[in-house]
Design a protein around this ligand. Structure first.
Ligand SMILES: [Fe+2]
Ligand SMILES: [Fe+2]
Length: 132
């Protein structure tokens, strides 16, 4: 597998300390899933790695939503729906890569586009209107 890990870059920070901290760890987990896929074809191990990522995503989504709730930010229910969609897509893609022979590199690119698309853009918009 030739895809390089996707490093954290300061430009990914959205300026909310708690969220940025969790996004950093989320990206680290994505890279660890990729490393795991590169090092082992053990499906049990690969599924465990994805579960670790999924559980962290669930935790992060709730944490992010609670922060947005405490700040009284608008559009929280819409953002929650996006989180649910992302988890649903992760589940579909997990089965595709583990059970249906979908390309692992494509799976990794999906995770990266999730990170750059949702955390970088949609989360930034969610927290952009907060009062400081
Ligand atoms: Fe996020
Ligand atoms: Fe989010």
């Amino acid at each position: 597998m030739s895809v390089e890990p996707f490093p954290w870059n300061a430009k990914f920070a959205i300026g909310v300390e708690l969220v940025d901290l969790q996004h950093r760890y989320f990206l680290d987990l994505i890279n660890r899933v990729w490393d795991g896929f590169s090092l082992s074809e053990d499906e049990v191990y690969q599924r465990r790695l994805i579960q670790e990522l999924r559980k962290y995503a669930e935790f992060h989504f709730l944490s992010e939503e609670n922060l947005a709730y405490s700040l009284g930010l608008p559009h929280l229910s819409l953002h929650h729906e996006r989180h649910m969609e992302l988890l649903g897509e992760l589940d579909r893609r997990t089965e595709a890569v583990l059970r249906e022979g979908a390309d692992a590199e494509e799976f990794f690119m999906f995770l990266i586009s999730w990170f750059s698309g949702h955390t970088y853009y949609e989360d930034r918009i969610l927290f952009a209107v907060r009062e400081t």
